[in-house]
Design a protein around this ligand. Structure first.
Ligand code: AMP
Length: 284
């Protein structure tokens, strides 16, 4: 595995590969790796001749400065894990390489409705930051295939929209990989390492609640099943941002389900000051 820190060096390297018709898969991360990240690399390896991964904790997507300060950093271990996973090129830029003119006054993107619901509503500015970093990374790497995790359901939709907005829709195929979970069901996340031991045990309630919704949802009103899921979280000490039922393609709220619409249940909630998110798609 080659480690590249400078944008120009990465562009030179990949430019040569591209001219040799080598297919490039790309899995961007913020590091603090777990098996979920590695599953993206595994998928990318199956479908591409070269796999590029990045580690960059993007300051512009943290709407909470405390969350940014405390974001786990395990760079040495990450390098080993990427190497074992078969990553070919690891890109580890500095903030000044990604944002040479600083992080103020960066481009804003018209994400429309997507930015008004769920994560967009509860984390103002977050998706603008995601777009700012992804725009840069995609222009630098120009992958044939991009690998994202379903764990961040709305983020996948935002990045797909970004790819359209920046005119790369015909060049980059987005591949959404399933959410990897701990044995108790908790979706793997870098932030899980920050949970206190007691909270770690309670944390699986978020996936239990979504599974409850999936198993108990009937056609008609979605309110009762969502209320029960909220109760499960409240009883376990969560502070809820949202537990909602939405159209799987548009994220419009679904108050009444006709049994045929493809929908997704999504939740975000805090245990102490650690914010966890998860989702489950409900296929008719
Ligand atoms: P992050 O480092 O949290 O920015 O995540 C980097 C990529 O890994 C994103 O595309 C995430 O959606 C994906 N990812 C994070 N957690 C998981 C998981 N538990 N299973 C699968 N993919 C994940």
């Amino acid at each position: 595995m080659i480690i590249i820190k400078k944008t120009d060096a990465l562009q030179d390297f990949l430019g040569k590969k591209r001219s040799e018709q080598v297919s490039i898969g790309f899995a961007p991360t913020m590091g603090a790796l777990h098996a979920g990240h590695i599953s993206l690399v595994a998928e990318a390896k199956k479908q591409n001749q070269i796999v590029v991964c990045s580690i960059f904790v993007n300051p512009t997507q943290f709407n909470d400065p405390e969350d940014f300060k405390k974001y786990p950093i395990t760079i040495e271990k990450d390098i080993q894990l990427f190497e074992i996973a078969g990553c070919d090129v690891l890109f580890i830029p500095l903030v000044e390489d990604i944002y040479p003119n600083g992080t103020k006054g960066l481009q804003q993107y018209d994400l429309g409705f997507l930015e008004t619901v769920l994560e967009g509503k509860f984390r103002p500015g977050h998706f603008q930051g995601v777009c700012q970093v992804m725009h840069r990374l995609l222009e630098i790497v120009l992958p044939d295939n991009l690998y994202l995790g379903q764990k961040d359901y709305q983020q996948c939709m935002v990045i797909k929209k970004l790819i359209e907005l920046i005119g790369l829709y015909d060049k980059i195929k987005t591949n959404i990989c399933p959410t990897l979970r701990e044995p108790d069901g908790l979706a793997m996340s870098s932030r899980n390492t920050r949970l206190l031991p007691d909270d770690r045990i309670k944390a699986a309630t978020i996936s239990d609640a979504l599974r409850y919704i999936k198993e108990h949802l009937k056609t008609g009103d979605t309110k009762n099943v969502l209320d029960s899921a909220r109760d499960m979280l409240l009883k376990n000490g969560f502070k809820i941002d949202y537990v909602g039922m939405h159209d799987a393609d548009t994220l419009e709220v679904v108050e009444k389900w006709n049994g045929e619409q493809k929908i997704v249940a999504l939740a975000a909630a805090f245990l102490n000051n650690i914010r966890l998110i998860d989702n489950m798609v409900i296929n008719p």
